[in-house]
Design a protein. Structure first.
Length: 130
């Protein structure tokens, strides 16, 4: 789950920054100075990376088993300036941190069981060879 969280966070920050640049720099330059360069490049880049954000966010919401409404909030966060950062913090505090903490508390008990399962399968394999 660490990889899914990292992918989501990286994409959330990139998409959020690009959207802020597009809305607060690119569009005013387009309207008032008739400069389309930033809107063309940043807008296209934001659109392409927003698709990658959707994939990363949907993957994470499925792993965290969020409801449909919560999933839609996470997916649509990349369309409103600054909301990406707010939703990322909300998802981290409300869902990711508890899931990570549950995984780390379950991991110490799971390790001895896994080791016992490996040992028993090795001893069974050795007994079958003899």
């Amino acid at each position: 789950m660490n990889a899914a969280v990292t992918r989501y966070r990286v994409m959330a920050y990139i998409v959020g920054v690009l959207l802020i640049v597009l809305v607060f720099v690119g569009i005013p330059l387009q309207v008032f100075a008739h400069q389309d360069v930033i809107v063309n490049y940043v807008g296209t880049t934001h659109g392409i990376l927003y698709i990658a954000y959707l994939v990363a966010a949907y993957s994470l919401t499925r792993r965290l088993r969020l409801t449909l409404g919560q999933t839609l909030i996470v997916l649509l966060a990349g369309t409103i300036p600054v909301l990406t950062f707010i939703v990322e913090r909300w998802v981290t505090r409300r869902f990711i941190n508890p899931a990570m903490q549950a995984a780390t508390t379950a991991a110490p008990g799971a390790a001895p069981q896994a080791a016992q399962a490996i040992e028993s399968s090795e001893s069974t394999g050795a007994a079958q060879e003899a």
